[in-house]
Design a protein around this ligand. Structure first.
Ligand SMILES: Cc1cc2nc3c(=O)[nH]c(=O)nc-3n(C[C@H](O)[C@H](O)[C@H](O)COP(=O)(O)OP(=O)(O)OC[C@H]3O[C@@H](n4cnc5c(N)ncnc54)[C@H](O)[C@@H]3O)c2cc1C
Length: 453
């Protein structure tokens, strides 16, 4: 790697509109830290960009100086791919522009926006699109890898609602991609992650959305088997597109283990009440917060469980069905969970998210089923080994239930190339060809990397 001399940084700073941070600058530590407290990397330079011109200069600077390049959107990637050791961190967190066109029902948002910020602007017009399940995640990383969220059964994944994007490529070119323009690149951006460049703007299709009916219904852990069997029954019975339900084993604020279903119905209140009635009647809960609320509130309801800086190790895989054996494994494994912050989650996927062809976008997982997710989360670094071992063991014990696919946005630091191949399945070779066209030297490699063909 070439030496990073202060003269060249001074040359860059003369033109740069954003903020350049070296390790001795105040604010450096705050920006280099990402959501996952396990990640502790120190870039040689952080380029906090405020527009395309800054991104072009930062990309060109990294390329010509032989610096490793990391791109930070919302900083939520558990594998910590948004930050590099000793290279250049291209930080988009200052880029917060959002413009809603209520007539066309579209929104353009910059690469540093989070779902909380996005929802606030779109909901001001009574509009929304599929975002993540919690509000603090970045729109860019989540959308570019897929985007599972509360509205996916009605409106598709976040990525299915992407209409166009502005990208700064490895060559430093500003390129627009949509179905009409550079459609090959647009196809790759719909699921191919950060492999093809730094995305400065994303344009989304929006949908009218008023009050939703959402919340969490919780039962004592002793009922966990029955709750998961009931969750299987309702999710296998053909849910309407309006209703998204996740099942989970997690901890209450008092650290008690509980079994929960978390639901969001985005249809009219009467329909929501009828659709949620069987869930509310299933048994006597210890908590039932399901009721009419705003979409913004729904997107924030689980935020407190994911504090910035907590230590995280996640593993996930798709499942087509939930067998009795899988339920037994989930329950016995959760009983041995070492941290009161951890959870075993089943994200049910159906509806519009499954009515897209496998090769229509880079994201190939279009079958109804579940995404199984081990969220191992804790606070004390002395507990690292125990919590990572529990996550790995939980994942291994669930293997007999897995289908072949994996969700790229949940892959960890230790998931190798096999996992990326599994994540892209039949689209992997096409993605490699596209990578060779837009990033032949793999400048953008700190991601779930697709090697150029
Ligand atoms: C607490 C938590 C909750 C989550 N919930 C969900 C969920 O509900 N649904 C879901 O689908 N996923 C979820 N995820 C996973 C999430 O989609 C990924 O972690 C995603 O990478 C986060 O995007 P980000 O912009 O915040 O990430 P960052 O860490 O900033 O970036 C991750 C990677 O994405 C790429 N990237 C980010 N921004 C850009 C950009 N502007 N241009 C080019 N490449 C970019 C880069 O390759 C980067 O390395 C969750 C993660 C966490 C930690």
């Amino acid at each position: 790697m070439a030496a990073l001399d202060s003269t060249s940084i001074t040359d860059l700073s003369v033109r740069f509109s954003g903020v350049l941070l070296r390790p001795d600058h105040s604010g450096y530590d705050e920006v280099r830290r990402v959501h996952n407290g396990l990640i502790d990397r120190r870039p040689a330079l952080i380029a906090g960009c405020v527009g395309n011109a800054d991104i072009v200069d930062a990309v060109n600077f990294a390329r010509t100086h032989g610096l490793e390049l990391a791109v930070r959107g919302g900083g939520h990637n558990v594998a910590g791919r948004a930050v590099c050791e000793g290279g250049l961190m291209l930080d988009l967190s200052l880029m917060k522009g959002i413009h809603v066109d209520p007539v066309r029902r579209t929104a353009r948002a910059q690469g540093g926006v989070t779902w909380r910020e996005f929802n606030r602007e779109t909901q001001a017009h009574g509009l929304a699109t599929t975002g993540g399940v919690i509000s603090t995640t970045g729109i860019a990383g989540l959308t570019l890898g897929g985007g599972l969220g509360w509205l996916m059964a009605k409106h598709g994944l976040a990525m299915d609602n992407l209409l166009s994007a502005e990208v700064v490529t490895a060559a430093g070119d500003i390129v627009r991609a949509s179905k009409e323009e550079n459609d090959d690149l647009f196809w790759g951006l719909q699921g191919g992650g950060g492999n093809f460049g730094a995305v400065s703007w994303l344009e989304y299709r929006l949908h009218p959305l008023g009050t939703v009916t959402s919340g969490l219904i919780a039962y004592p852990f002793a009922r966990a088997r029955d709750v998961l069997k009931f969750f299987r029954e309702i999710t296998s019975a053909g849910l309407s597109d309006e209703l998204a339900i996740f099942g989970a084993l997690l901890h209450a604020p008092d650290e008690a283990q509980i079994a929960v279903m978390i639901a969001c119905h985005c249809g009219p209140l009467g329909e929501a009440e009828a659709a949620l009635q069987p869930i509310k009647k299933f048994s006597t809960p210890i908590l039932d917060s399901i009721g009419p609320t705003s979409y913004e509130e729904t997107n924030r309801m689980l935020d407190a469980g994911f504090p910035r800086g907590a230590l995280n190790y996640w593993k996930s895989n798709f499942m087509s069905e939930l067998s009795d054996q899988a339920i037994d494994t989930l329950v016995s494994q959760f009983a041995a969970c070492p941290s009161p912050m951890s959870a075993l989650v089943l994200e049910h996927i159906h509806g519009a998210a499954t009515r897209v062809g496998v090769t229509e976008t880079a994201f190939p997982h279009r079958r109804e089923g579940y995404n199984f997710l081990v969220v191992s989360e804790w606070l004390d670094p002395a507990d690292n080994e125990r919590n990572i071992a529990w996550a790995r063991e939980s994942y291994d014990l669930m293997r007999p239930s897995f289908t072949s696919g994996r969700y790229v946005n949940y892959l960890g630091d230790d998931d190798g190339e096999d996992a990326v191949v599994a994540a892209y399945g039949p689209n992997y070779q096409r993605l490699r060809t596209l990578k060779a066209k837009y990033d032949p030297n793999n400048l953008f490699h700190l991601n779930q990397n697709i090697r150029p063909m």
